[in-house]
Structure formats: C-alpha cells, structure tokens
Ligand binder design. Structure first.
Ligand code: ADP
Ligand code: ASP
Ligand code: MG
Length: 914
C-alpha cells in the first residue's frame, strides 16, 4: 500500500525519496509549437479559446520534471496531459457499500480511455459521521468514542467484504493506525473543548482517504495496476474566508508532476474533498467539495472530459425530490450549470465549472445506478442555442431554490443620492463574514434589500444597527428590517438574455398560484431571474413555475366522479391511451382524483391508472366532494382542470354551475343537468357561453355517436333544424328489432334483460323517461324552451304493472299484456310497416313527443339491427333526405369513448395540436 493518510502529509517532504523540482520544462511529443506562450503556466490559468483548444485537444502534452536534487544522473519522468486522460468522480452514494464499490470498479475498468483519473468521495454519510465526532468531542460528549468505533466498523466490514490477503491486511492496519491517531486527536479536542479549523479538516477528510484506498485495492484486485493518490500531497489551496478556498493551480500542477514522476500509472484513484494549504496543512474544499476536486484535477491534466457519477440520471430542470415532473436536461452551458448549482441544485458543486471551463473540458453528469441514461453534458454552449426552437419554454432551462434565508431591508429617504451607502452596508455585512446571496435595490434608492443565510442574519442585523445608528436616530434611515423564513427561487437559462416575456410568464405563473413575491433580482447577465418568497410557498412556487415552462400547455388535471361502469371503463381507456396522447399529441391527462359516493382516491401528481382499483382500496379516504374539487383544482401546477361526472345523479349535476364559475371544465354523460329544470339549464348554458370554461356532454345522447356535435355544427353554420326523429334507446331498439315472427313482447323483453341490455328493472327503459330526457336535451339544443313535463311520453309499461313491487313480479306478469302490443303489431304489419319506439323533436311546432310509431318496411328506421340508435335530422339543407347518424348508442365502451372524445375536444380547445 502506498504511503498512508495521516502520516503521509507531514512526512512526505522529509521522505528520502522526495523530489524537489528545480527545473520544469514543457515539450510535446510532436512539435515545439506547444512551447508557445499560451501554454505557459500563467496563461494556462486563463481563458483558452475554442480554436486554441481544438488545436491542442488531440495532442498529448508532456511536462517533464527534471529532478536535480537526487543523485548525479538527472531522471526524467513525464506526465502526459491532454485528452488521453478521462477524469471520473464518484459521489458518496456511488461508493456507499461494498457492492457499490465493486460496481464503481467495474465502471472504471470498462472505461476504454488510455488514462483514467478517478476522484472519490467518502462513503455516503461518512463525512457527516466525521463532523459529528468533532462536535461530540468539543462538546465533551464521551460518546465520540462509540461514534468513532462505528466509523471503524463500517470501513472494516466493507474492507472484509471486498478484499482479502495482503490488500486486506494492508488496508486494515492502515485503518487501525488512522483510527488510533484520530482517537488521540479527538481526545485532545475533548480536553480542549475546542477544535481548530485545521484539526477539523484533518479529521473529516479521512472518509475520502479510506474510500480511495479501498477502491484502488478493488481495482487492483481486478488485475489492473493502479495507484491511489492522497490529494493533500498535490492539491494546494488558499483559504478565502467565508467557507471557501481558491486552488493554486501553479503550485498544484508542480506537485502533480512531482507526484506522477514517483507514481506513474494509467489508473489513479484519488481522494476528493481534501487538499493542503501552501504551508502543507491539511484542509478541505468544504462540503460537497469532491466535484470541485475533480474539476481542478481535470484542468491540471487538461483531460478529455470529467464525468461526475451520482445517483440521478443527470441535471434535472428542478430538484427531482421537489418536482416530480422535472425532466433531465441533455445539455447545459457552463453558465447555466453554474447558475443552477449556485442557486441550490446540489447535484453539482458551484465551483466545479470554472476550472474546466478554462479548457473547454466537458462535464458529464451520469447515474451510477442507471448506465443506460446518457446523462447531462455541460459544455460551452447548451444545445438549444443551435436549435430552432424559439418557444418561451426553451429559454428557461431549469429552476433551483435555496431555503433558510432571511431578507434584510435597509430603508430610508436619506439613502437616495448619498454615495457610499451601499458600500457601507456591505462592508458591515462583510465584517461579520456573512454571505450575501442576492441583492436588490429599488431605483428610487430608498431601499436596499439583500438575502443572507438565516443563521447569519442576527449578526448582520446587529452590525447594520450599529453601523447606521446615527442615521437611524436622525431619521435618514427609517429601518433595518429583517424578514425571516425566506427562500430564493431562481429561473436559469442562457437564452433568457434579451428575450422579452420570460419574466412576465414567470410572474404570471406565481400570481396564478397566489404566491407573493418579496424581492426580485435579475443580473445584467440575464442568466437568471431570482425571486425571494416566503419559505412555506417555495415548493408550490417551484412547481407552479416549472409546470408553466415545462409541462405541456395541454396538461389537464382530471377528477373522475363516479367510477361505476362508465367511469371505470373511461379510466381503463385513459390508462391505455395516455402514453400515446402524451408522446404524439402533447396531451398530458392526469387523473388527480377519483370519487365514488363513499370513498375517494386523491393523488398529488396523477393516479397510476394501471392500479387505480387497488389504490382506491388501499389509499381511499372518505368521500368529500368539496375536498375532492379543491384537491383536483387546487394543485397549482397544472393549468387546466376538468371534472368528469360519470354518474346519473342530479345532485352531482347541480354542482356544474359552481364548478364552471371556478374555471373548472365539465365533461359528462349524465343527462340530469341538461334535462333538469329549464331555468337552471339556461343559466348553465349562459355561463358557458360567457366564459372560456367548457362544458361538453356529447355522451348524454347516443353514447359515443356524434349527435350533439352534429346538431351544434348544423346550427352554428346557419342551418335551420326542422325535425329530429330517432330511436334513442339501445334497449328499445333491441326489443323492437327482435320482435318478429311469432315472438311475444314479454319474451323479447326477457331476452333483452337476460343479455344485460336493460336496466335491472326493465320498467326504467320501457317507461320512456330516458328517451324523453334525450328528446328534451336535443330540443333545448335546437332552441326550444321546453320542460320535461311538456313532452308526452307513451309508456310501454302496462298501467296495472306500474306499481308492481319488484322487477321479478313485473316480468312475471308482463305476458298477460302481450296482446295489447300484438294487436298494434298486426295492424302495422298489415300496412307493410314495423313498430319502433321513437323520440321526436318537432322544431317547427315547438313540440316534442316520445311514442310508438309505425314505419314502412323500407324506412331506414325499419332496417335497424341489434341495439343500434338512429337519428334523422331534417333541416333546411337536409330537407328531402334527412341527415342520418346511426350506430351503437349504448354500452359502457362506447359511452366512455364518447366522454373520452369530449375530453380530447377540450384539450384541443386548450391548444393541443391537431
Ligand atoms: P453526490 O453525493 O453524488 O455528490 P449529491 O447528493 O451531492 O450527490 O447530489 C445529487 C443529488 O442532487 C440528487 O440526488 C438530487 O436529489 C439533488 N438535486 C438537487 N437539484 C437537482 C437537479 N436540478 N438535478 C439533479 N439532481 C438534483
Ligand atoms: N465527502 C464530502 C462531503 O460529504 C465531499 C463530497 O462528497 O463531495 O461533503
Ligand atoms: Mg455532491
């Protein structure tokens, strides 16, 4: 095993083999042009243009370290740089267990790059455990010993799982050595009751030391020669205060060359996170700093690319834990990635970008658990710049949030026109070491407000009060106000620059979600728009703006009322068709709730329709219509809501008016609203006409047949309806189509009941009320102002059987009345006619009727079969030959199909492509 962690740092400069580079020169294996000034160490720190990069990208550059300090014959060991190096960084979750470490080793081995440099984080949770040791020790909590033991056990058992023989022995003895050193150190901290920053950094960095050594040993076990690097020997950084460090690239490069000359290898496994100060004191790149380590190393090697392996498929348009709708961004520009990470997307450490950007080294974010996902590529320009896509949505690439902030507002008329006020404010803030995350100043100069982390605001406020005491006393400043519990929401996108309308859309989405904005900032770069909100509004705001820019405009939140036969069939049809609609037509239908009369199922993002029945059983709650509607409509992230009433209930129908008033669209096969009291119907239709809220009810007549639509089409294009006549009942259609030869009426009714064509009590069909409701719907649609009671209905239920106690009794007695109908049939037959049960809307005479009617044998109504409906429209245009619509007009499949088609009509009204 290579030199070991805790002792390595302090000893390496004293080591007899240590090199002291005296002379560094650069040459390439191909040409001397690489000695041009732009490759000098100083220029290397600066910006390299795309062209320059292209010139050098496929060339390996060699820096040679000539060691003149040891022996007499100078030895040259070359560090190859350039595209031959591929840098990988594996985050804590990637190496969270022995199985995962094996998996990472496999990924490294399968990378076919010539040279590989792998940066690794501590096993997941280990850094937290290490910080906890310090906390415990300095607060004189003796359990630090048990906690240290847990750290030891975790690594020991992982090593035992992964390694054997010498590798295991070496690792365990090094681990034990480190643990006993740590014990001594923690004891000192315990006694002192205090840990200095460098003590802390030294302790917490051990997670990376162990994970790097473990991984290197596993790679070696797989037969690949590899070295591990303690990056404290190489990476030199200067602390900058405010919990940040600046890499010293020049010194680090020299150290790297020196390290490499001693450890030349094509596969190097290095510690992330840790580094040294120029005085060789161990330090860290601060929390989550391993990404930054990888970027710095990538820049030092001028690597071909840096792959950051983590536990998500790439950079999402928003934190996937907060926005389930977030999508993976295929590409991001350096600036966009920087802004996203700065404003809280912790998939990438914000400082990762700068080192690689200098050399145009692309960063790829990939999922270690899903190798089939291509990940997100971060490079100079995001792909959308080349795309023709000019939609507003494409200008905003992602959203991020920072929580736990406070807003500080310094206000007063005395600030206007007084030079130096801002400088005085921010120097006071700097003096307490607070980190200002965003600043906004009203143009009247009456107020400056800025956001700082909540934990720093007390000190900031105190410093400002004291700095401006005089101005406050004199009234030149009215207040230094602290607004706690704030969050920042940032919208990021390179092409937001000079694109009008982006912020309007953003603020509109916030307003629609009823979210109050406390402060706004948009930098001159226009790469982001930042708003400060109340913390409790933050996730809702994030979802609202994300959906506005990312969801299809025709995303519709649906509430299904009545999952009976038709409702259930509709849900199954939606399940089968949803993916196609989304992919091909950009229509995203989300069932946010399903309610029956007793239970309801609510979902935050959309019910999984493949399991809605089970979910209803498992997660159903007591039905409550108000809560249901509030849930479906109140989600704030889906712009459109529709309630689909699949019941036959007049109480549900009585809600439509209120729903439409709230802007909720209504689709239904329920006839109750349109055939109920005339004044309510007229009110409903008037409201529908005034608003952009839609009410569709095609399936109330003839199930999925285009009857209402046809009628509306005729009327809207100026045709005049004279008469509508039709067989509107599938059941009665079946009965009369089959009442032939010697068969009796009761026999055919029994057959229809048996086949499930009738209601459980066939009197509901034979009474004609259902047909009457359809007649009234068509009559009103044609402009007639009729009530249900205005329509005479010829009932087929014999008068004496109206009050029969049960369906069974009715069926039993029905044969006694067969003669009545047989007589009528005989008369019709003698005249070459058949009997049909029809509904008629006589528009000319403003009347309607439901009756038994005889038709000539060659009449279209006489030709019907099965349970088909047929409807004839006689109009001014279709006078000699009526317009006829015919087909199956009953049954769950076709009725649900009719409802579904109305939902799609709604989507097209809302802007879906045709
Ligand atoms: P690692 O330990 O691999 O460095 P991190 O936890 O630091 O992983 O970062 C990955 C996490 O970042 C993801 O699991 C995800 O929850 C979170 N995250 C926050 N915002 C985003 C975003 N916009 N895209 C992807 N992941 C994000
Ligand atoms: N292990 C360190 C941390 O948890 C660094 C990193 O994982 O990026 O902060
Ligand atoms: Mg991270």
């Amino acid at each position: 095993m290579a030199s070991l962690s805790s002792s390595a740092i302090s000893n390496h400069s004293l080591s007899p083999n240590a090199f002291v580079p005296k002379k560094i020169c650069f040459f390439s294996n191909q040409c001397r042009s690489l000695l041009l000034p732009h490759r000098s160490p100083i220029c290397r720190m600066g910006f390299v243009s795309e062209l320059e990069r292209k010139k050098t990208s496929k060339t390996n550059i060699f820096a040679s370290v000539t060691d003149t300090s040891v022996g007499t014959s100078p030895e040259k060991v070359q560090l190859p740089k350039g595209d031959s190096w591929s840098v990988h960084k594996f985050g804590g979750t990637c190496v969270g267990s022995s199985e995962r470490i094996n998996n990472v080793a496999k990924i490294i081995l399968s990378d076919e790059s010539e040279r590989k440099f792998v940066v690794v984080s501590a096993m997941s949770k280990v850094t937290d455990m290490m910080y906890d040791l310090i906390l415990k020790a300095q607060s004189r909590d003796k359990t630090y010993l048990a906690a240290l033991d847990a750290v030891l056990v975790k690594h020991r058992s992982t090593a035992v799982d992964l390694l054997d023989g010498n590798e295991l022995g070496n690792f365990l003895s090094a681990l034990n050595q480190d643990i006993s050193n740590l014990k001594a150190m923690l004891r000192a901290i315990y006694i002192a009751g205090h840990a200095t920053e460098s003590f802390t950094d030294f302790v917490v960095g051990h997670g990376e030391l162990w994970s790097a050594q473990l991984l290197a040993a596993v790679v070696r076990k797989n037969g690949v020669d590899c070295k591990w690097m303690d990056t404290r020997e190489v990476l030199i950084v200067n602390p900058t205060g405010s919990d940040q460090v600046d890499p010293d690239f020049e010194k680090s490069e020299k150290r790297l060359e020196k390290w490499y000359s001693r450890n030349p290898s094509k596969t190097i496994i290095a510690t992330g996170f840790i580094a040294s100060t120029p005085q060789d004191i161990p330090t860290t790149l601060k929390r989550d700093g391993s990404d930054f380590s990888a970027a710095i190393m990538g820049a030092l090697f001028k690597a071909g690319q840096v792959t950051i392996w983590t536990d998500v498929d790439g950079v999402y348009s928003a934190d996937p834990r907060k926005v389930s709708e977030a999508v993976i961004l295929k590409t991001l520009s350096y600036q966009e990635a920087w802004e996203m990470s700065y404003f809280g997307a912790n998939v990438l450490h914000p400082r990762t970008i700068i080192p690689v950007m200098r050399y145009d080294i692309p960063i790829i974010i990939r999922n270690v658990f899903n190798l089939s996902a291509p990940g997100t590529k971060i490079c100079r320009s995001s792909a959308t710049e080349d795309e023709v896509d000019q939609s507003l949505e494409s200008f905003v690439r992602g959203f991020a949030t920072i929580d736990n902030l406070a807003l500080v507002n310094v206000e007063g008329t005395g600030m206007a026109g007084v030079p130096g006020t801002a400088s005085a404010i921010f120097s006071a803030v700097k003096d307490v070491g607070a980190n200002v995350i965003m600043i906004s100043q009203a143009s009247s100069e009456h107020s400056v407000c800025f956001a700082v982390p909540e934990k720093e605001v007390k000190a900031v406020s105190k410093a400002l009060q004291s700095r401006f005491r005089e101005a406050l006393n004199a009234g030149r400043l009215s207040q230094v106000q602290v607004i706690p519990n704030c969050s920042i929401l940032a919208a990021v996108g390179q092409r937001m620059a000079s694109t009008p309308g982006v912020s309007a859309t953003l603020f509109n989405a916030l307003a629609k979600a009823n979210i109050n904005v406390r402060a706004i900032a948009q930098g001159c770069s226009e790469y982001n728009i930042t708003v400060v909100l109340k913390r409790e509004d933050c996730i809702r705001a994030l979802r609202a703006v994300h959906s506005r820019f990312y969801l299809s405009r025709t995303t519709i939140a649906m509430g299904i009322v009545g999952p009976g036969l038709i409702g259930a069939t509709l849900l199954d049809q939606l399940r089968d068709q949803a993916a196609t609609l989304k992919e091909e037509f950009n229509i995203d239908l989300r069932v946010m709730g399903i309610t029956g009369s007793r239970t309801m199922l609510l979902s935050e993002t959309g019910v999984d329709l493949s399991r809605w029945r089970e979910l209803q059983q498992e997660k159903g709650e007591r039905a409550d219509m108000e809560k249901f509607v509030q849930h479906v409509h109140g989600n704030h992230f889906i712009p459109n809501t529709v309630l689909v009433d699949c019941t036959a209930d007049s109480v549900i129908a009585s809600h439509y008016y209120g729903w439409l008033r709230k802007g909720i669209h209504v689709v239904t096969p329920n006839k109750k609203a349109n055939s109920g009291p005339l004044d309510q119907y007229l009110k409903l239709r008037a409201l529908q006409r005034q608003s952009y809220t839609h009410y569709f009810y095609e399936a109330t007549v003839g199930a999925g047949l285009p009857i209402i639509n046809t009628l509306q089409g005729l009327l809207e294009t100026g045709d005049k309806i004279l008469r509508i006549e039709g067989i509107f009942s599938g059941t009665l259609s079946y009965i009369f189509n089959n009442l032939v030869g010697s068969r009796t009426f009761s026999e055919v009714v029994a057959e229809a009941k048996q086949a499930g064509f009738t209601e459980p009590d066939p009197r509901d069909d034979l009474s004609g009320t259902d047909v009457c409701r359809k007649v009234i719907i068509l009559a009103r649609e044609s402009g007639l102002k009729l009530e249900l009671s205005d329509i005479p209905v010829e009932s087929l239920v014999p008068e004496p059987l109206k009050d029969s106690a049960s369906a069974e009794e009715f069926m039993q007695k029905l044969p006694q009345f067969d003669n009545d109908l047989a007589k009528k049939r005989q008369i019709a037959e003698d005249a070459g006619e058949v009997l049909r049960y029809v509904g008629v809307v006589d528009v000319v005479n403003q009347k309607g009727v439901v009756k038994l009617q005889a038709y000539k044998n060659d009449h279209p109504f006489a030709q019907l079969s099965g349970a088909d409906n047929i409807i004839a429209f006689t109009t001014t245009r279709y006078k000699d030959q009526p317009l006829i619509v015919r087909g199956p007009g009953a049954g769950a499949e076709v009725t649900a199909g009719g409802v579904f088609s109305d939902i799609l009509r709604l989507a097209s009204y809302l802007g879906a492509p045709s």
